[in-house]
Design a protein around this ligand. Structure first.
Ligand code: SF4
Length: 366
């Protein structure tokens, strides 16, 4: 296939669904890791076309959603300072902190700017040498290389008024945490294709062996997802638990060596808190010793900000696949995209937003 819309071909989709129906003889629960995959599944009604025996569980792979409240509060504190130009991708501006969001800071006079690349923030820093420019560096292995490159360039060019507020998280430790949860129902994973395009696939076979789970690297278009599900179900039915790459047009086993080398230089692995889930050991990155001077958390001394998560929002359970969004009592009532209580209702990759946008509004509170 040559063009993107061919990956949405309804005849081919129905053929794949028939193949899945033909092979599935038992109930299976499969988690799609990435929020982009969740949106594709809900938007195209893929979960409704699958046989009743296949349940899709929505995973934690939404970068905005898993950024802890505490980090949002640190961003709000830094962005409120008069000497700061705070740069971020647009999807972080409406994520609620404990009292407000970045839009509110902007309306109160904070210099908050939406950029389309962290390198834009570096350009702003060069143009404003008497201001401090901070980029909000969140997300998974997908967004981290560009952030690493920006810090590398800042150091190389001697730009001292730039810093990065880092909250990067990693997929493989999250898979381990989900599998080790006593309430885990997941029997297989669709791994996130774009993460593997950067990192390669080496980290996954040990997880397949340790937890006895198939992991299929999967893309984001409807046919990509259906093919990922088909391969997963074939493995489950035959008792296999292997890594398969169903997204070879984007993913090579070695990943992107140049990006990995940059990540290794600029970041160290560290424990990270995930919003609504808690601390997962060795599940994130922080700036390495050589680049620590570019750490906004240290530069603005906001390390002491600690915030409790909301007791109303059940996004932690949503992110672990323990409940579906419409099972939260606030879904569609107290919590809507216009008045979100949690990041999973704000983000373009959030499961709550997907259920709201595509009208799965029936409330079945757990
Ligand atoms: S519906 Fe709103 S309150 Fe409920 S889990 Fe989702 S984001 Fe949180």
């Amino acid at each position: 296939m040559k063009y993107l819309d061919e990956f949405s071909n309804p005849e081919l989709a129905l053929r794949l669904i028939d193949q899945i129906k033909a092979v599935a003889t038992r109930r299976w629960s499969i988690m799609e890791v990435c929020g982009g995959q969740t949106h594709s599944i809900i938007r195209h009604g893929i979960d409704q076309l699958l046989p009743d025996t296949i349940e899709m569980i929505h995973g934690p792979g939404c970068p905005v959603c898993v950024t802890p409240l505490e980090v949002i509060d640190k961003a709000l504190e830094i962005a409120s300072r008069p000497e700061v130009i705070f740069c971020s991708f647009g999807d972080m501006l409406r994520v609620p902190g404990s009292e407000k969001d970045l839009f509110r800071v902007k309306s109160e006079g904070g210099d908050v700017r939406v950029v389309y690349s962290p390198l834009d923030a570096l350009t702003i820093a060069r143009a404003n040498p008497d201001r401090q420019v901070v980029f909000f560096g969140i997300g998974f292995e997908t967004t981290a290389p560009a952030n690493a490159m920006t810090v590398y360039q800042a150091k190389r060019l001697g730009i001292e008024n730039f810093s990065l507020l880092v909250s990067h998280v990693l997929v493989p430790p999250a898979i381990s945490a989900i599998m080790e949860s006593p309430t885990c129902r997941v029997q297989a994973f669709l791994a996130a294709g774009h993460v593997c395009a950067v990192m390669g696939t080496d980290e996954y076979p040990p997880l397949c062996d340790k937890y006895g789970i198939p992991i299929v690297v999967t893309g984001f278009e409807p046919l990509d997802i259906l093919e990922g599900i088909r391969r997963t179900v074939v493995q489950l039915e035959s008792g296999r638990h292997e890594l398969e790459n169903a997204y070879p047009r984007a993913v090579q086993d070695v990943g992107n060596p140049a990006a990995k080398a940059m990540l290794l230089d600029v970041f160290d692995v560290t424990d990270r808190a995930w919003r609504g889930i808690g601390v997962i050991p060795s599940s994130g990155w922080r700036l390495s010793h050589a680049y620590r001077e570019y750490d906004a958390e240290q530069r603005f001394a906001v390390g002491d900000i600690h915030t409790e998560e909301s007791t109303v929002c059940r996004s932690g359970e949503v992110l672990q696949g323990l409940i579906k969004p419409h099972e939260c009592s606030a879904f569609g009532t107290l919590c809507t995209p216009r008045n979100p209580l949690g990041a999973t209702m704000v983000s373009s990759e959030g499961a709550c937003a997907a259920y709201y946008l595509y009208r799965r509004l029936e409330v079945t509170h757990a």
